[in-house]
Design a protein around this ligand. Structure first.
Ligand code: ATP
Ligand code: LTN
Length: 338
């Protein structure tokens, strides 16, 4: 199994944390876009297990979820012969660059990160330094590969902007070392909301009934959608500020069918919320069922998945080392004898 890296192509990098079962938000906001970019770019997709431990994880469960997430990448249609799919902790360059970039990032910048504020509020008993410097590790992931484009959900925009600031600051001192990356956001669905609290984003580390998991069976999907919070005026209209629940459901259908939420609303004009929810469940199930079948097949062949991760980590490592060595030299670390 050989993953040919095409250096002449522009580079895409993105990562997902193995911090829980992936949600429909992760799929619509990130994963779904990965496949679209597969041919045009050299894509690198990472299982960011080092980011995941900023919140306490059970070791055996985390290990299992890393393999599971690699399986999800492949089951979503990404060809592991074209895309570099690997685990962050297998490439030491992430941690090494992160240390250097920590020294080029200001406390004030990190203090402004909304994800840090949200997560500190959620995990008040464990506000660790890793949670604080999480965005620097993310910047290192991206900059290590001279990434041109980063497909992410809207919640990661602030982290990407910080990445660009750090890169520009570093380049300002040492010359053109890093490529300045751009974000790639889907037109619809870059922020899928919680089914129970539609003013908050759907998140895999929230309670079960707030999200649809990519591996939920059809009856569970129907049940969760049926219980999704809407409103009491019974009009199907896309209006996120005043009708967050209904608008979220419209966005889900729109994203999965490549339509706009207004088009979907027009199609469902005059129908009740029961019909809307039925449409949501049908679309989600039709999208997820084939992926679930493929994922099940892959999970039965752990040796194959392990092989993909091992081989791709070597490729990623080679790519990462080029940037890392250059950065180390620029900042003045001692030369190596050989
Ligand atoms: P956690 O709850 O553990 O913080 P998460 O569900 O937010 O995790 P991540 O692994 O942090 O998921 O995110 C992976 C990718 O999915 C990122 O690009 C992120 O922007 C995107 N994403 C996450 N949640 C949503 C959402 N609700 N809508 C759209 N995109 C999302
Ligand atoms: N921080 C992201 C996950 C992530 C990532 C990255 C995304 C870590 N490293 C590099 C894009 C590029 C998150 O919490 N969703």
């Amino acid at each position: 199994m050989e993953t040919p890296v095409a250096p002449q192509k522009k580079i895409i990098f993105s990562g997902i944390q193995p911090s829980g079962t992936l949600t429909l938000g992760n799929y619509i906001g990130a994963l779904r876009n990965f496949k679209k970019l597969e041919d045009e770019y050299q894509c690198i997709y990472c299982v960011v297990d080092m980011h995941a431990i900023t919140v306490r994880q059970e070791a055996a469960a985390l290990r299992k979820r890393c393999l599971e997430l690699a399986g999800i990448y492949i089951a979503s249609g990404l060809d592991p012969k074209k895309n570099v799919i690997y685990c962050q902790s297998h490439v030491s360059g992430h941690a090494e660059l992160s240390w250097i970039l920590n020294c080029f990032t200001y406390m004030g910048e990190l203090n402004r990160m909304t994800q840090f504020k949200d997560k500190s509020a959620k995990h008040a008993d464990n506000i660790n330094a890793g949670l604080f410097t999480y965005p620097v590790l993310m910047a290192s992931d991206i900059l290590l590969f001279q990434t041109d484009l980063v497909p992410i959900g809207a919640d990661q925009k602030q982290h990407l902007e910080l990445t660009r600031d750090i890169a520009q600051r570093f380049n300002g001192v040492y010359g053109d070392v890093f490529t300045i990356p751009e974000g790639y956001f889907g037109k619809v669905g870059s922020r899928i909301m919680s089914l129970q609290e539609p003013t908050r984003k759907m998140s895999k580390s929230d309670p079960e009934d707030t999200f649809i998991a990519l591996l939920d069976p059809p009856d569970v999907i129907r049940r969760k959608v049926k219980r999704a919070v809407t409103d009491s005026d019974a009009e199907i209209r896309f209006d996120p500020a005043n009708k967050p629940g209904v608008s979220n459901l419209l966005s889900i259908i729109a994203a999965l069918n490549d339509q706009t939420p207004d088009q979907v609303a027009a199609e469902l004009q005059g129908q009740g919320y029961g019909k809307l929810k039925e449409r949501v469940a049908d679309c989600v199930i039709a999208t997820l069922e084939p992926m679930q079948a493929e994922h099940k097949r892959l999970m039965a062949d752990k040796a194959y998945l392990q092989g993909v991760l091992d081989e791709n980590a070597q490729i990623a490592n080679k790519m990462a080392m080029k940037t890392l060595r250059k950065v180390q030299r620029k900042v003045g670390f001692a030369d190596r004898g050989r």
